[in-house]
Design a protein around this ligand. Structure first.
Ligand code: PEP
Length: 263
């Protein structure tokens, strides 16, 4: 399977946003846009990642949508199962609430909350063992890019998880390449630079697992309707992880439409 034969994913990471009333309106607007002009499920998977508190509500709100919209948790516990772990949400608790998808390794988790590669590996292992599908985020800092270490950093982040992903579990991994300097900054990697890194990621994954050729690799970092078509045209960019623009229903819809139409 070549990179461009993969059905793209467009996933909105809502981060610590929005308030309940705004979230309700955002879902309503997105459902309306999809009802007016549907984006075929075979052309683009769509997902949103609300705050943990809103996962089940948003799931219920999308239950009568004209097409599937997958609900992603933004993180999960490094501890599996249930028990005396105040404040934590395990993979099993997510699964029990019919939340089947989770983001792991976002740079904000790594940088602000200190998620080390070891912690991320525990989270990946728990998620996959519970049967969840993971978007695993990788990406280099500006300093690493300027020092010529971007490729090494990203490939190392992929090798890190290879220690815990069983061979049959790679089909439950989606990759997201998110250069840290492009997240929330308005700066996007040029389509050429993004494609070059995605091709390296594809090559790295293919060396680790035969499933590597079929793994979706999303781009994230200031994706908006204005740059989505160009990014979608790159053969190894199989979708987008969208932060800021996903809080605007029309902008998010247009990004999904760009990937559905271009791929
Ligand atoms: C993100 O945080 O995953 C992200 C890509 O954010 P933004 O689109 O706002 O850069």
């Amino acid at each position: 399977m070549s990179g461009s034969a993969i059905t793209p994913w467009v996933v909105g990471n809502w981060k610590m946003n929005p308030m309940r009333a705004d979230a309700k309106q955002l879902v309503q607007e997105l459902k309306q846009l999809l009802q007016n002009q549907n984006i075929e499920e075979s052309k683009c998977h769509i997902g949103v990642a609300p705050v943990a508190l809103a996962l089940e509500t948003v799931q219920t709100q999308f239950s009568d949508c004209s097409r599937a919209v997958s609900i992603f948790a933004q993180d999960l516990s490094r501890v599996a199962g249930t028990g005396a772990y105040t404040g934590e949400i395990s993979a099993e608790l997510l699964k029990d609430s019919k939340i089947e998808y989770v983001l792991i390794g976002h740079s904000e988790r790594r940088e602000i909350f200190g998620d080390s590669p070891a912690v991320i590996n525990e989270k990946i292992k728990n998620a996959l063992n519970a049967g969840l599908t993971v978007i695993y985020c990788v990406g280099e800092s500006l300093a690493q890019r300027e020092n010529g270490q971007a490729e090494h950093t990203v490939l190392q982040q992929i090798c890190d998880i290879a220690a815990v992903v069983q061979s049959e579990q790679w089909s439950n991994i989606i990759m997201a390449y998110e250069p840290i300097w492009a997240i929330g900054t308005g700066k996007t990697a040029s389509p050429e630079d993004a494609q070059a890194m995605h091709a390296k990621i594809r090559e790295g994954l293919s060396q680790i697992t035969p499933a590597g050729k079929g793994i979706a690799i999303l781009y994230g970092g200031s994706v908006k309707p204005e740059n989505a078509v160009e990014l979608a045209a790159c053969p190894d960019i199989n979708g987008a992880l969208v932060g800021g623009a996903s809080l605007n229903a029309e902008a998010f819809y247009q990004i999904a439409q760009a990937f559905a139409n271009t791929k």
